[in-house]
Design a protein around this ligand. Structure first.
Ligand code: ZN
Length: 281
């Protein structure tokens, strides 16, 4: 069975208040990496799961209305940290990336899309539909910066095909077999953003979906602010919920991921805004 190598990376970081990202934590400013992942597919080569920030995000944050976004979550980015720069150091030209899987369209996940001109963008169509006509402050309120999307974004958009999920993905009812070879499944985890997806990836030839999770990796995007919070089912501060697209759906999605992890205790977890777990996979 096909398996992928997963390399968790981060492009920049944002500042936020700990007490908002986790109920009961201190009221102090903390930095959170803007994580993304490089997936190495044996036939397709380098595939990205999100991109993190780019200098374009910072440029937009210097202008109205992006400045509002920058006030809420200030961004730090070393130019050597962008997805483009890190891939170059790993020996990949930008046009070798033929696929970017997009968890959702918040600016810290799509900041680098314009750097990958040969890629198609695989996502849940439900994440783009509510945003496509938003501009100005209405877009910023959804953490969406339309200018980050390439001009031909719609032509390159590849809606994921969700089908009844294999039993090993329970409690998720549907899943999309991203590459058609069983190496990566997208599952729906809406709430933080409409149409957000997580990925469940086979990282070893022996990994099976209906085992104990050995060799599986969950890339949970923004379904939680920390791996610990996701595994333990911790809640964010009620104030932080106002930015959620749908707070009830957010709780439901986090609970489904927690249930899946309980059934797959050896699976590794990567959430976008926390350091990658070690000791798994
Ligand atoms: Zn987000």
């Amino acid at each position: 069975m096909t398996h992928l190598r997963v390399i968790p990376l981060a492009a920049g970081e944002c500042l936020n208040i700990s007490a908002l990202t986790q109920r009961g934590a201190a009221w102090r400013v903390q930095t959170y990496p803007a994580g993304f992942a490089l997936l190495l597919h044996p036939l397709l080569g380098p595939v990205l799961f999100d991109t993190g920030y780019s200098a374009r995000v910072q440029a937009s944050m210097r202008r109205w209305p992006g400045v509002l976004y920058g006030l809420l979550t200030p961004v730090r980015l070393d130019p050597r940290e962008t997805a483009l720069s890190q891939l170059a150091r790993l020996g990949f030209a930008p046009d070798e990336v033929r696929e970017v899987i997009v968890s959702h369209l918040h600016a810290d996940h799509v900041g680098g899309l314009r750097d990958f001109g040969a890629a198609r963008f695989s996502l849940d169509a439900a994440t783009y539909a509510p945003l496509r006509d938003l501009r100005g402050v209405a877009a910023i309120r959804k953490a969406f910066m339309p200018e980050l999307l390439p001009d031909d974004f719609e032509a390159r958009l590849h809606p994921l095909d969700f089908q009844p999920a294999p039993p090993g993905l329970s409690p998720f009812a549907v899943a999309a077999d991203v590459f058609g070879d069983g190496s990566a499944y997208a599952v729906k985890v809406p709430g933080h953003a409409a149409g957000m997806i997580a990925l469940i990836v086979r990282t070893t030839p022996e990994a099976v979906l209906d085992g104990d999770g050995a060799g599986l990796m969950l890339l949970a995007a923004d379904a939680a602010w920390s791996v610990w919070g996701l595994r333990e089912g911790l809640e964010v501060h009620p104030l932080a919920r106002v930015i959620f697209d749908d707070a009830a759906a957010e709780r439901r999605s986090a609970e489904q991921l927690r249930q899946w992890l309980l059934a797959h205790p050896r699976a590794g977890v990567f959430v976008s805004h926390d350091a990658p777990e070690t000791g798994h996979v």
